[in-house]
Design a protein around this ligand. Sequence first.
Ligand code: AMP
Length: 545
Amino acid sequence: MLSTMQDEQLSLATLLRYASTFQGDSHVSTWTGDGVRTQTYREVGEDAARLANALYGLGIRVGDRVGTFMWNNNEHMVAYIAVPAMGAVLHALNIRLFPEQLVFVANHAEDQVVIVDGSLLPMFAQYLPGMKTVRHVIVANGDASALTAPAGVTVHSYAELLAAQSDTYDFPVIDERSAAGMCYTSGTTGDPKGVVYSHRSNWLHAMQVISPNGMGFTARDNVLAIVPLFHANAWGIPYATLMSGANVLMPDRFLQPQPLLQMMADQKPTFAAAVPTIWGGVLAGLQANPQDITHLRTCVVGGSAVPPAMMRAFQDQYGVKLLHAWGMTETSPLGSVAHPPVGAEGEAEWAYRYTQGRFPAGVQARLVGEDGTIQPNDGVAWGELEVKGPWITGAYYSPSGSAVDADKFHDGWLRTGDVGKISPNGYLTLVDRSKDVIKSGGEWISSVDLENAIVGHPAVAEAAVIGIPDPKWDERPLVAIVLAEGADAKPEELRDFLADKFAKWQLPEYWTFIEEVPKTSVGKFDKKRLRAQHADGSLTVITLS
Ligand code: AMP
């Protein structure tokens, strides 16, 4: 028996129409260094139509890929909605990828047009000659004539191109399973892998983001989107803000703690989203120059584990809640969010807040043990996390259609590569990445647990732990410490600090002090580089007896 419900497609064109009319007074604004430039969602709708007309004029049709090489700003937001609404596919290029990876992804996705920020032109100019399928470059917020294009590529000014277009566009009705956008994983090994989101997946994901069990955006919010629009589908923020009518504040290229704090003081966002390294910088900035940030009702933080000490500092010293969430490029990315259950108070509430969070109904999750068996969700058993659901990828993009990394999928589930435990009431606690967990004498040590504990020491700004070969135990933890400015601490003192938090055999004997932890293109610890630094002898290791 079929239902009597209308067979309406979940489409980003419908979302654009809704946001630009019924939420038309809400706005996107971009920080300029000392203020903002603002566009209402009504104006976003008009510019989206202009951009769609312009792209159509340049030959873009349903299914064609349009790249962006941009900071978070008004123009990027317009592209985020205009490109899929016209049936084309948005490919936000990660400006921080290594050059060869960046050229690889543009060619792999077969981007036809790239919209580029003027301030990024010098960087983009180096990559453009390698991009084989790009025919048009549109320069926003800058001087198009500053770019010398290779033969066969035409350069346009965003402002001039849009000024010549109609502010209406007949957005097509397309199948909700069609591609809307794509993102490449920022993995540190092998070629980046492409994930293709659909209109349906983005729509359902946005509904989860705005739900109270997600990030809970409403039309009364002003969301500071620090997470780059080119990372992991921008955590769903562009579509979630358009859907909820929340205002969105874009930091453009002003991503250092001081300008972030300045824009917070000026614009009083109610919500913000960023990875832990950004929050660590903001915290240090606040400690140097205190300011009231209680206008932030919540800051969502994920991408790597959030040290409990950081969550406590924001709450206890600044009255602001850091909301821990877990996800991946492959999961759109919202996978779980750490809202504590009703009744959890005091330390019990904190214990829930430290977890990676509870899975929503749209994300099925299971743990697979080393022997391939499904582990119980008892909060104790560990296993590799596998997930499944309507906004979780079922494959990596393959232009030829042949399977890419088929071993990352298991009976229709995505293998996340994350090792963790799940409590009976659905909270995920990640123990480590499967390749980072340290196997010492047949027992596991979580590098993340050690890192989280060590950064609780006041002299420590950052700590990264890797496993290094050990003749007796196979592997032992090496702790790489970045000291806080002006601070000093000896390895003995740091190990003593850990003594009541870990079993004796887990306490690290190998320590090294470094200037900074190497980071990936999205600001995560690059443990592969740290391991290479250790292997080539460039780290001075202190061994405690
Ligand atoms: P990406 O696709 O770049 O967003 O990376 C996804 C990976 O980041 C996940 O598989 C996890 O290893 C890691 N990750 C994301 N969120 C968290 C979190 N809250 N805690 C620990 N690791 C996380």
